[in-house]
Write a protein that binds this ligand. Sequence first.
Ligand SMILES: C[S@@+](CC[C@H](N)C(=O)[O-])C[C@H]1O[C@@H](n2cnc3c(N)ncnc32)[C@H](O)[C@@H]1O
Length: 354
Amino acid sequence: MKFYREDTRTALSAKEEAQRLAFAPIAFQASKSLRDLGILAALGNAPDSAASAKELAQRCGVTEYGVAVLLDMGLSAGLVIWQNDKYQLTKLGQFVDFDPMTIANMDFVADICYQGMGELTEAIKHTKPAGLKHLGEWDTLYQGLSQLNQREKDSWFGFDHYYSDRSFPTLLTEVFAQDTATLCDIGANTGKWTKQCCQHNNDVHVTMVDLPQQLAVANENMAQAGFTERVTPFTCDLLAPKNPLPAGQDVYWMSQFLDCFSKEEIVSILVRVKEAMKPQSRIFILELFPDCQDYESASYSLNATSLYFTAIANGNSRFYMSHEFLPLIELAGLSIVKQTHNIGLGHSLIECGL
Ligand SMILES: C[S@@+](CC[C@H](N)C(=O)[O-])C[C@H]1O[C@@H](n2cnc3c(N)ncnc32)[C@H](O)[C@@H]1O
């Protein structure tokens, strides 16, 4: 891992940073309010990106008190600076306002994680997603995904798809470089990858594996795309160790899927892939490893998202470090054929075989 190897702070900067951590949830909410109330946008549209609280209050329909108290926190968070008695938008403020990655991350944290993270300690103590109750009464989030309210759904899918979508073009080329008549999309979710495969290759037949709630949505999406004839749904709860996978597929595909499981569960799933495959089947695992990132902020985001799995999704999974994850493949009796890192926004593609 190229980050997090040295303690470079002075005592003063460490103490300052500790205060930022102590107030981080407030800085987060202030930033989001400034974005949602249109105050950052109004500031960006003002001449020289500068305006007073009074001017912004008029433009945004918010009280002058509201604008000023939020923007003063914005000064401390670095979203704005204070120049000639006016607030002025910074680059950081611009990214918070309209950078798609920041919006996807912020909405996911606000709508899916924020309340539940208060139960993190409880979740760690009991290896249970103790914060999930704020979204609904399910054992894991995956059982309730299709029942989230619209805003929660938009934020969850917006976050999930933001990262996987950007890797699709490279991945399609890689997978279909060899003849692929049948592909098993394990953890197919809404069927986004399945649809891309059918669009990319006119002959491939895809079997989508997921929980029944997700497959109902995926089936509808396939019908709308006109791919019903070429796609077979295969309902399967892979947490039950006896549930087998469809046999004899050319490709077994698992994208952002194995991070939904504990190490023991991952080995059990991979053993079942091994049992289902034919000797020449290829297995592709698309994952995000915090230790394989080019940018420290990517590792930061992944380590934070791991704790969403802990407190909200299922209580026992995470984005694994590659040195924790890769040995699980060999433990399941499979071999790693090829590793490609830094695809799209930090994905790693692991091709495996017998
Ligand atoms: C993070 S999503 C990944 C979706 C998609 N493959 C992608 O790359 O965007 C994980 C998927 O795994 C499915 N899943 C989670 N637990 C499962 C289980 N026990 N059995 C089958 N599928 C499961 C979820 O329903 C969800 O669709």
